[in-house]
Design a binder for this molecule. Structure first.
Ligand code: FES
Length: 95
């Protein structure tokens, strides 16, 4: 399952790139978001809620809900639905 249309970001599929998700090497296409690449790879849990540690995932896809906040390249609270994937990027879930 790969997202090809987005309400506010235009996807232009570029060349294949590889990025790291919690120690696992995944493939994506240059020009797609981190969220799109994770969903395409079968990753549905993007973070865990602070109080009850409940799994949270992709929700609004337009940078409005904060459900997709992840640690990207060592920086927390990055919106995976808005951030474009890059070669060698390191992505982690956060609480
Ligand atoms: S999914 Fe809502 S801000 Fe990213």
């Amino acid at each position: 399952m790969r997202i090809t249309r987005h309400p506010i970001i235009e996807f232009k599929r570029g060349k294949k790139v590889k990025f790291n998700f919690e120690g696992q090497e995944l493939e994506a296409y240059k020009g797609e978001t981190v969220a799109a690449a994770l969903i395409a790879s079968g990753v549905k849990v993007f973070k865990y809620s602070k109080r009850h540690k409940r799994p949270l995932g992709f929700f609004c896809a337009i940078g409005k809900c904060s459900s997709c906040l992840m640690e990207i390249n060592g920086v927390q609270n990055q919106m995976a639905c808005m951030r474009l994937v890059e070669e060698g990027m390191k992505v982690k879930r956060q609480i």
